[in-house]
Ligand binder design. Structure first.
Ligand code: PLP
Length: 387
């Protein structure tokens, strides 16, 4: 009897244990439902895991991006470069602040922003024309932030690393040192998401990491209405009730309920990452010699948020897998081809590598709870289709 999946197999999903449920239930019985001691504990543990000095937990990854753009002072007239192959939020955060989004095409071998094209773009304008760079560790493959930092220093840019796909990932720098994604050594700020398909799930949730104390202080204020309750930072002292709104902030707080779940999930992050790498190695082996399937280049530091195939008949494969209860997904529809960005002047044809990639890419199931039998079934179905 051939293997039949008991449930539909998605491209990604959360893994919730009884222990996760227990810690959330305990938090519900505590005094803190909104921001309390669990938020602080999650921030400290996450910063230690990533190797950064500061972490600020927020309501989601998009809020993290918005706060980063605000803290860096993005405003109308400023121009920021990102990749067309990312989730729209990587670009949208610039628009929230009235800035202009520019794109550099991807390297077809990795689907990451091509830093050689970023250099060309920077060199074709006067210094000061661009203000920031938002590289994305797409699918979990870390961007070469050492090269990005060189460009940033040369052209006066800040860097927000969108590390939503790469917690625990690393790249090897030119001295042979492992640079963990989001560790604050090269980027000014890095952001993470705890959406259910990401490595660590809290339902909704996000994190910013940084080694810059000035940005850390700004982020804390902006996360909660621009209000401080710290007497040492106030301009006056009316009494014990007094708190001070010093800038226009938001409510982008995350709750103790969700961060309790995050702490519990963080405890399994390394095991989940190891499982993702194991699944990737098995897929690599199954597909490496199949002429009809193209794989993205990889490195040992890949955190494998996604596992991407490129095939000639992508729609055919997507539809076929659905008939077999396998729910693959496409990451991503190029941001510059979205009607909103086309209204801003970007056109189909502007970034041919990103568009060609989009025509053929498919993300197949990649999540720690995927069983060996399920993975073999996925492999068999894909090989059957391309045969
Ligand atoms: C998930 C994701 C985001 C946004 O995170 P949310 O928590 O869903 O707001 C931003 N960038 C990338 C690359 C993502 O994958």
């Amino acid at each position: 009897m051939p293997f039949q999946p008991a449930h539909p197999i998605p491209y990604g999903r959360q893994h919730i244990t009884d222990e996760d449920i227990q810690v959330v239930a305990e938090t519900l019985r505590s005094d803190f439902l909104t921001q309390g001691p669990k938020v602080l504990e999650f921030e400290e543990k996450f910063a230690a895991y990533i190797g950064a000095q500061h972490a600020v937990a927020v309501s989601n990854g998009t809020a993290a991006l918005h706060l980063c753009a605000l803290a860096l002072g993005v405003q109308p007239g400023q121009r920021v470069i990102t990749t067309p192959i990312t989730f729209a939020a990587s670009a949208n955060c610039v628009r929230y602040c009235g800035g202009e989004v520019h794109f550099a095409d991807i390297d077809p071998a990795t689907a990451l922003i091509d830093l050689r094209l970023v250099r060309k773009l920077l060199e074709s304008h006067p210094k000061g024309y661009f203000h920031g760079l938002i590289p994305v560790d797409f699918a979990g493959l870390p961007v070469d932030l050492e090269e990005a930092r060189k460009l940033a220093d040369e052209f006066g840019l800040w860097i927000i690393e969108d590390a939503c796909h790469s917690p625990g990932g690393f790249f090897q720098d030119s001295t042979g040192q492992r640079q963990r994604c989001g560790n604050g050594q090269l980027a000014d700020l890095a952001i993470f998401s705890f959406h259910p398909v990401k490595h660590i799930a809290t339902g909704e949730g996000g994190m910013i990491t940084t080694n810059r104390p000035d940005l850390y202080e700004k982020l804390l204020l902006l996360r909660s209405h621009g209000i401080t309750k710290d007497p040492a930072k106030m301009h006056r002292h009316d009494g014990g009730w007094y708190m001070e709104m010093q800038t226009l902030g938001y409510n982008y707080r995350i709750s103790d309920i969700l961060t309790a779940l995050g702490i519990s999930q963080l405890g399994r992050a390394e095991a989940g990452l190891a499982r993702r790498r194991q699944l990737a190695a098995r897929y690599d082996q199954a597909f490496a010699k199949v002429a009809a399937i193209r794989l993205l280049a990889t490195t040992p530091g890949n955190a494998y948020h996604l596992y991407v195939l490129q095939v000639e008949d992508r729609k055919g494969l997507y539809d076929f897998l659905r008939t077999r209860q396998i729910f693959a997904q496409v990451h991503y529809i190029p941001v510059h081809t979205m009607p909103y960005y086309q209204q801003l002047g970007w056109q189909q044809g502007d970034f041919p590598h990103a568009e060609a990639y989009y025509d053929h890419c498919l993300s197949i199931p990649m999540f720690p709870a995927l069983t060996d039998d399920e993975q073999q079934y996925v492999i068999d179905c894909i090989l059957e289709f391309v045969a």
